[in-house]
Structures are given as structure tokens and as C-alpha cells.
Design a protein around this ligand. Structure first.
Ligand code: BYC
Length: 483
């Protein structure tokens, strides 16, 4: 293992890639930096920019002790370029180049393929910050506000990570792409973000928790697949990003669990046993479980679209090239070439859902999506345990994969969360029971009143079991009163 875990602070950009001796890239990044800060101030978190936030900052890339916690003003966060240590003798683990030494430079034949993937990955990072920018002012506690800002600054760092790769390895077109990443904008009509879910709004905190539980988990799966890449700098970058990503999913999964816990507690306190007694439950000032299920239906289906089509020549090409692998590729026991293998998929043809065996190479998006679903099911299990512990008769479920899809074989289908094919007319009749309605959203928004007293939480969400960095319950995670 080469020893490059230590971070250097001799330039304005903390890094472990010896930027100070790479004048061309350092200069390019220093030129990009002011535009990034302008973008952060214009389209990053609204308000709170002058306040001290208890944030973790990456200080090295060792497995243990890579982060330090301290009060920081967000615009002064040290966004660094951190790659996991290079593994001596690493070889390409899949595709036509299997067994060859990994590439330290971009192979000419795969240049545009790699650039496209890096740009798409990069585009999602600022998009999520833009989507979440208004949430600070309705935070249910200082603890939650701090978690939001932690997620935001780290997504900002992930943008830096992709911009470094573009600036270092893709010359002038990489520089142009890096600039474009600051120009597209989530939800914009003229220049939207590249992938669907990143143009949706995140209007309330339940949406934020759902987004971090479901969409950040797509991030995890995609980063795991890119971490297998034969292009070693991309692999190393993604490996380190994954260490930060874990906290984002914790914020989401735990956030949803705390909302469910509070609802169940209040139902029990009020003696309401029927989870569908929605108006009575809402009168208690908490979010009823069927509405939470509808939010799950929405966010899960939006996130499934992020895996692309079930059958994809793009995915086959990136795999064969050795550029993007499968989830935990090196642990899978097969030939890692897949030219003779098949994979089970569903197809929507002539109004029917059909089981099929498709070529494994063409089905790689589907396979990654299946791995995602397995990973997500763990969260659902934990949420159901909370409901069970409260002895309430309700079970959260992931909807059927063909429900509410805009990408892939099910895009023109009307399918219920249980997997029934519906006529358009029946879909229209039932849609309100499948997906959050305007009234559901208005109700949730009506609960979004800020709570800023240390140790206090809004009435619709329970307190976390543990503080961040083992801090006590009344710790002031954001100094909003005396910064
Ligand atoms: N929306 O063969 P196809 C994260 C396009 S999240 C719009 O079906 P492919 C994060 C596709 O681009 C992870 N367009 O799919 C989370 C292609 O267009 P072109 C982000 C879509 O290419 C939370 C055409 O349809 N990283 O990190 O195999 C917070 C046909 O494509 C969509 C990545 O995604 C869509 N949903 O797979 C912060 C990894 N889906 O090229 C961050 C990099 C497909 O024909 N990206 N299209 O014009 C990839 O690996 C692949 O591009 C995709 C799509 C998995 C996204």
C-alpha cells in the first residue's frame, strides 16, 4: 500500500494527491474555487451561513479516525480532495481487461465513456444541495439541522472529488464540464440536472429523510460499482466517498424511524389503534403511517429510475470496458466477463408482466437495482420493528418495482404498489391512495415549525437515541443564538 493517507494543507485545497507539485491542476482548481463558493452562497443552504455548525471534516483517509469534529462556518468548510490509498498491484477485476494492471491514466478508447459517468456522478452532488437548500429554516431540532448541513457540505466535497478527476485527467473538456456542473440547476426548465430524481423538490423534512434513505442509497450502490473501476483514480475517489455516504443513509433511515416512533407513541397515548384513522391521528400533530407509506412509494420508485433501463447496452459496454463493475464485484464467484450468463428480469409487454432470462451483460442495471432493493429492505425491516414494538397493526412495504416508473420497461404501465396492472382509469381513481396528495403534502408542511432550543425536538419526531460524536442530549449543534 502506498503511503498517501496523510492530508496536505499547503494549498487552499486540503488534499492527499500532492496538489502543490501538480501546478497545472492546482491552478485549474484554484480558478474553479471562487465559482464554487459563489454557487454555494447562491444555491447552497439558505441562511445559517455565518453560524457555527458542529461538523466533521475529513483529515485523513485511514479507516479509523479519518474525521475530526469542530465548530465551522459552512463557507469556511475545508472541502478537500481525498482519495483512498492506492493498493499496490491492483488489477482490473472484470470485463475484457480482467487481470491487467489498473489504469493510472484514462485509456483513450474509454475517455468519453469515463467522462460521461464522472459528469453524471458529479451532477447529482450539487443537485442534492440545491434540492435541500430551504430546509434549515424548518429544522425540527439543532441536531437535525446539523445533520442536514453535514450532508450538504459532504455532497459539496463529493462534487470537488469529481471536479478533481475532470480537471486532472480530461484536459480542456474536463474543465468545461467542471464549469457546467455549477451552471445546471435542480428543477430548472432551461438547464436541469441530468437525472430525474435530482429535479424533484425536497419541500419538507420527511422528504429529506426519505431522500437520504432512498436516493443516497442509490448513491452508495453507484459508488460501489464505480469503486470497482479499472480507472484507479476513480476507484480510489469513490472508495473514500463511501465512508462519508454511510452517515447520510443513517440520517435518512434513522430520521424516518424517529418519525414513525413518534406517531406510534402518540397513537398509543391517545388510545388510537386503527392506523387508518387518519384525521384523528393528524389531530395529534404527527404523520399517520399510511401517509409515510405513500412517501416510501414515491421515493423508492423515483430512486429505482436512477438505475437506468433494465436492459442497457451502456451498462454492458461500461462493464466490458472495465470501467464500471457490479456491487462488490470481487466477492462474486463467476467469470467476471458474463458473456455466456443470463439474469432474470421482468418485462412489460402487451399489458402483461413477463418473467424473462436476459443476457447478464445487458442486465447489469437490473442486477445493481436488485442489490439496492435488498439493501433497502433492511431499512424497511427496522421501521417495521419500531411499529411492532409499539404493538400497532401496520406494516411498511416496498412497492412493486414496476410501480410509478418513468424509466425502463414499466415506463408506460399503470401498476399498483402491489403489482397489479391497472387501466388508466383505475390508476387515476386510486392514485391518491398510492402517492402523497396535495393535501398530504400540505399537512406535512403545516408541521414544519422550527425548533432551535438545544435538546428539544418538534412534536412530530422523537429524539435520537444517541448524539453526534457522543455529545449529550442538550448539545448546541448549531450556534444560532450567538455566532
Ligand atoms: N434520468 O442505458 P440506460 C448519488 C438516460 S446518486 C434521466 O437506460 P445507463 C447521490 C441515460 O443517461 C448516483 N436520464 O442507462 C445521491 C442515457 O442517456 P444518453 C449517481 C436517464 O446509461 C444522493 C439513456 O437514458 N451516480 O450519487 O446504463 C445525493 C439510456 O440509458 C435516467 C450515477 O448514476 C434517469 N433516471 O444508466 C447525492 C453513476 N436513467 O447517454 C448524490 C453514473 C437513464 O443516451 N451513472 N437515463 O443520453 C451511470 O452509471 C448511468 O449513467 C446511469 C444510467 C445508471 C445513471
Amino acid at each position: 500500500m502506498l503511503n498517501n493517507s496523510q492530508v496536505e494543507y499547503d494549498t487552499i485545497i486540503p488534499n492527499n494527491v500532492s496538489l502543490s507539485s501538480d501546478k497545472r491542476v492546482l491552478k485549474a482548481l484554484e480558478r474553479w474555487h471562487p465559482g464554487y463558493i459563489d454557487w454555494w452562497k447562491d444555491l447552497g443552504p439558505v441562511g445559517f451561513q455565518d453560524m457555527l455548525v458542529y461538523l466533521r471534516t475529513a483529515i485523513n483517509v485511514d479507516k479509523d479516525g479519518w474525521a475530526t469534529f469542530d465548530y465551522v462556518k459552512m463557507p469556511e468548510y475545508r472541502w478537500g480532495i481525498l482519495l483512498a490509498p492506492q493498493k499496490e498491484g491492483r488489477t482490473i477485476p472484470f470485463g475484457d481487461h480482467i487481470g491487467e494492471p489498473v489504469w493510472q491514466e484514462v485509456p483513450g478508447e474509454y475517455r468519453s465513456m469515463l467522462r460521461r459517468l464522472i459528469v453524471i456522478q458529479g451532477d447529482t452532488e450539487p443537485a442534492s444541495i440545491e434540492q435541500q437548500r430551504f430546509l434549515g429554516s424548518t429544522a425540527p431540532s439543532l441536531y437535525d439541522m446539523r445533520n442536514l448541513f453535514q450532508v450538504n457540505v459532504e455532497e459539496g466535497r463529493h462534487l470537488w472529488a469529481m471536479v478533481y478527476l475532470l480537471q486532472k485527467y480530461f484536459g480542456s473538456d474536463g474543465r468545461e464540464e467542471a464549469n457546467e456542473l455549477l451552471k445546471r440547476q435542480s428543477g430548472s426548465e432551461d438547464a436541469p440536472r441530468m437525472l430525474g430524481a435530482f429535479n424533484e423538490s425536497t419541500p419538507d423534512w420527511l422528504s429529506f429523510f426519505m431522500f437520504t434513505a432512498f436516493t443516497d442509497r442509490d448513491g452508495k450502490m453507484q459508488l460501489e460499482a464505480l469503486a470497482q473501476s479499472g480507472f484507479d483514480p476513480l476507484s480510489r475517489t469513490c472508495r473514500f466517498m463511501l465512508t462519508e455516504e454511510a452517515h447520510h443513509m443513517f440520517v435518512g433511515e434513522n430520521g424516518v424511524r424517529r418519525v414513525i416512533k413518534k406517531t406510534c407513541e402518540m397513537m398509543n397515548k391517545a388510545g388510537i389503534s386503527d392506523p387508518y384513522d387518519i384525521s384523528k391521528i393528524r389531530e395529534l400533530g404527527v404523520i399517520d403511517l399510511p401517509t409515510i407509506q405513500k412517501k416510501i412509494n414515491l421515493h423508492y420508485s423515483l430512486s429505482l429510475d436512477l438505475f437506468g433501463s433494465e436492459i442497457s447496452t451502456n451498462a454492458a459496454n461500461t462493464y466490458t470496458a472495465g470501467v464500471k463493475g457490479r456491487f462488490w464485484e470481487t466477492k462474486i464467484k463467476d467469470d467476471h466477463i458474463l458473456k455466456n450468463d443470463t439474469y432474470p428480469i421482468l418485462e412489460f409487454t402487451d399489458g402483461q408482466i413477463i418473467n424473462k432470462k436476459a443476457p447478464a451483460l445487458l442486465s447489469l442495471n437490473m442486477r445493481l437495482r436488485d442489490d439496492y432493493t435488498k439493501d433497502t429492505a433492511v431499512s424497511i425491516k427496522r421501521w417495521n420493528r419500531t411499529i411492532e414494538e409499539a404493538k400497532i397493526n401496520f406494516e411498511m412495504k416496498l412497492p412493486f418495482e414496476g410501480f410509478n416508473r418513468k424509466i425502463g420497461t414499466f415506463m408506460s404501465a399503470n401498476i399498483s404498489p402491489l403489482g397489479d396492472v391497472l387501466t388508466k382509469e383505475n390508476w387515476n381513481k386510486e392514485e391518491n391512495t398510492f402517492l402523497p396528495t396535495k393535501d398530504d403534502n400540505l399537512f406535512i408542511e403545516s408541521l414544519m415549525k422550527p425548533v432551535s432550543e438545544p435538546g428539544r425536538y418538534a412534536d412530530w419526531i422523537s429524539a435520537p437515541d444517541l448524539g453526534i460524536d457522543n455529545k449529550p442530549g442538550d448539545f448546541e449543534y448549531v450556534k444560532i443564538h450567538d455566532s
